[in-house]
Design a protein around this ligand. Structure first.
Ligand SMILES: Cc1cc2nc3c(=O)[nH]c(=O)nc-3n(C[C@H](O)[C@H](O)[C@H](O)COP(=O)(O)OP(=O)(O)OC[C@H]3O[C@@H](n4cnc5c(N)ncnc54)[C@H](O)[C@@H]3O)c2cc1C
Length: 150
């Protein structure tokens, strides 16, 4: 991560690239979905990035890998692409505004980080939000309840 002006209070001015992630590590859905038997239904050649750094040094053991192996793959990717130096974790973005005077974005997180950038890519996914099922009698249900992404 190139932060040119360093920390200025809680404000960070970013020149090149920065990743802001709500979770505590890389992985997206595979960081959050760790329930028993969570796995893909797309085969590994399809469910892989095509970058040489991705396939050259990582071979999936299973055709339809489970969440543990997928998290290993994503950790490998983060290291191979040196993404850790650009990542800021445990920081949920709560506001993003385009400032037409400076022609840049101002991003704010719930832990009071303010970041400025000329461009922003919102890769926030569709299935990482926990869905906590509620139904009458849930408190007295004796079986196990598994909530995806929780
Ligand atoms: C059990 C399971 C099996 C699946 N199997 C398949 C499959 O077989 N084939 C297939 O194609 N797809 C499958 N999917 C879909 C899967 O969502 C995608 O394949 C892919 O992982 C999505 O990647 P993504 O980067 O778009 O989103 P995500 O992996 O969801 O990553 C988005 C990231 O954005 C972060 N984020 C969101 N909002 C904010 C915010 N406001 N501030 C900061 N950070 C934020 C999240 O914390 C998350 O880490 C499956 C999903 C699940 C849960």
């Amino acid at each position: 991560m190139l932060i040119q002006n360093g920390f200025k209070g809680s404000e960070i001015v970013v020149d090149v690239i920065m990743l802001i992630e709500a979770g505590s590590d890389f992985g997206g859905v595979w960081h959050f979905n760790k329930y028993p038997q969570a796995r893909v239904d797309s085969e590994t050649p399809l469910y892989q990035l095509s970058l040489p750094q991705a396939w050259r040094f990582f071979t999936f053991k299973e055709r339809f890998p489970g969440h543990v192996e997928l998290q290993e793959y994503l950790t490998h990717m983060a290291n191979a692409l040196d993404l850790r130096t650009t990542g800021i974790f445990n920081s949920r973005v709560i506001d993003a505004k385009f400032d037409s005077d400076t022609k840049g974005w101002v991003i704010q997180t719930e832990n009071s980080l303010v970041a400025k950038s000329q461009y922003v890519v919102f890769a926030t996914g569709t299935t990482n939000k926990p869905y906590i099922l509620d139904f009458p009698g849930k408190e007295s249900f004796c079986g196990s309840i598994i909530d995806p992404a929780a």
